[in-house]
Design a protein around this ligand. Structure first.
Ligand code: 5GP
Length: 194
């Protein structure tokens, strides 16, 4: 997605060769119009595939899952990272190791919001090590739902996330694929959304 790549070049802060900060427009302050256009891109890619639900992990996937849900006219569900007191009912849970926070946590989704009649699109802001999305894919599998694909806003292609998902036969669509980065320079893969 050209607009997204330009924004990353203009506003992205490369904190190291592996960490990109995009919190002026993507995951702290959010450009709402851009988020909706991102949702439409996912809608175009995954439309007509019978998606019944979009899934993400709180917090920074929420705006894009909502935008994709709007485009596909389906609800979105976000996995919680902490068990809420209101979440007394049965849940699907999976352990995840956070690349940015360097700590392990559990994600969970109430069983009543995911089941064998669902066809799921997973959406997230970043695909890095793939830990979060592999955890979500495990939950989808356990629920008996069909995983239609994964849509990521930014993929760091030099990390193993895409490989781990594709190894499981999961279709991955990333709107900006970064092959390498260093301060002042971001290299994108040529192809869009694959
Ligand atoms: P994973 O390593 O599981 O693919 O990434 C999990 C989460 O870590 C992503 O959804 C994203 O929120 C965060 N993350 C991973 N890499 C980066 C990065 O380079 N920059 C930012 N801002 N977040 C990242």
């Amino acid at each position: 997605m050209q607009e997204l790549k330009e924004r990353i070049r203009r506003e992205g802060q490369i904190l190291s060769e592996t960490v990109l900060k995009v919190d002026s427009f993507l995951n702290h302050q959010v450009d709402t119009e851009l988020a909706l256009r991102i949702g439409r891109e996912f809608g175009q890619r995954f439309g007509g595939r019978g998606v019944t639900k979009v899934l993400t992990v709180e917090a920074s996937g929420i705006q894009f899952a909502m935008a994709a849900g709007i485009a596909l006219r389906v609800p979105f569900v976000y996995a919680k990272k902490k068990k809420a007191i209101t979440q007394g009912e049965a849940v699907y849970a999976a352990p995840v190791y956070s690349f940015t926070r360097r700590e392990a946590y559990q994600i969970s989704i109430a069983e009543k919001y995911l089941g064998p009649s669902d066809r799921v699109l997973i959406v997230d802001d970043f695909l890095a090590t793939g830990a979060a999305l592999v955890g979500l894919a495990d939950i989808v599998e356990r629920s008996g739902a069909v995983l239609v694909g994964v849509g990521c806003v930014i993929e760091k292609s030099f990390q193993e996330g895409r490989f781990l998902l594709e190894e499981r036969g999961i279709e991955v669509c990333s709107l900006a694929r970064i092959v390498s980065m260093k301060p002042g320079e971001v290299q994108f893969a040529g192809e869009e959304c694959n």
